[in-house]
Design a binder for this molecule. Structure first.
Ligand SMILES: C[S@@+](CC[C@H](N)C(=O)[O-])C[C@H]1O[C@@H](n2cnc3c(N)ncnc32)[C@H](O)[C@@H]1O
Length: 242
């Protein structure tokens, strides 16, 4: 069954622009980029790179980034925007790379898009080198378990239900219509811990700009978290450094 990404690609590209949408421009880019600067990353894999915006940000920081994504129209855009970049067709569940090929693996709002998360997270850990970092931005599980609705007194409140039930639902906004997975946080954390990864950073970033109404709504129900997980082991010395 289609996950909606082929049909939504044009609307997605329009919505992103070069700055990203509200969640990226006003909430996530700053803390995600802060986890990259000055840490000596050299080879990054962006799993579910979409139209390549975050690969371009990594390139700007001097990190050689490979993007992988199953949606051809998004990959075509990524290649057009960054002809020197490496953008491959593929899925997180079966990554076509050797063990330990990258010292940084990024999942920027893609865990909710990946159908077989039980295959994908071990794959992300496998291609990470010892000492490497898996940097994740994801939707909060309480956010994917519910939605805004009006109470009897007219007040808008966020209602959560069936939190522990893993499920895919259609999400629609700005002419984009895609399958998003809801999974309880314990499922994601259990898979990450099960790979022996160590949590080094966790944050629920607050918006630092944007439409005040959106910011107020976001502060009532924060949509995103950022996590940095480390693979145990020493990072290989880079020839000519140190
Ligand atoms: C919400 S978008 C995020 C794109 C990009 N990371 C960004 O932040 O702009 C989710 C992306 O996941 C991709 N995707 C869907 N299924 C996937 C899978 N099985 N493996 C890897 N990526 C997948 C989609 O094609 C889409 O580009």
């Amino acid at each position: 069954m289609s996950n909606g990404w082929d049909d939504s690609a044009a609307a997605w590209i329009a919505d992103m622009g070069e700055e990203g949408d509200f969640g990226r421009a006003c909430v996530l880019d700053a803390p995600m980029l802060a986890r990259l600067r000055g840490r000596g990353f050299r080879r990054a894999l962006d799993v579910g790179c979409g139209e390549g915006r975050f690969c371009r940000r990594m390139r700007d920081l001097g990190i050689a980034a490979t993007g992988i994504d199953p949606t051809d129209a998004l990959l075509a855009r990524a290649r057009a925007r960054d002809p020197e970049g490496v953008y491959l067709s593929g899925r997180a569940e079966s990554l076509p790379f050797e063990d330990g090929a990258f010292d940084l693996v990024v999942s920027y709002l893609t865990l909710i898009d990946i159908p077989d998360i039980r295959a994908a997270i071990p794959e992300m850990a496998r291609v990470l080198s010892p000492g490497g970092t898996l940097l994740i931005a994801n939707l909060n599980s309480f956010a994917t378990a519910g939605g805004w609705a009006e109470d009897g007194d007219g007040t808008r409140r966020f209602r959560i239900d069936d939190y522990l039930e893993e499920r895919a639902e259609w999400a629609e906004w700005h002419d984009i219509r895609v399958h998003n997975w809801h999974r309880p946080l314990s499922l994601y954390l259990g898979l990450l811990l099960g790979q022996g990864l160590v949590l080094r950073h966790f944050d629920e970033p607050v918006p630092h700009g944007g439409d005040p109404a959106k910011v107020a709504r976001y502060r009532r129900v924060p949509w995103f978290h950022v996590m940095a997980w480390e693979k145990p082991g020493s990072r290989a010395a880079v020839p000519g450094e140190g």
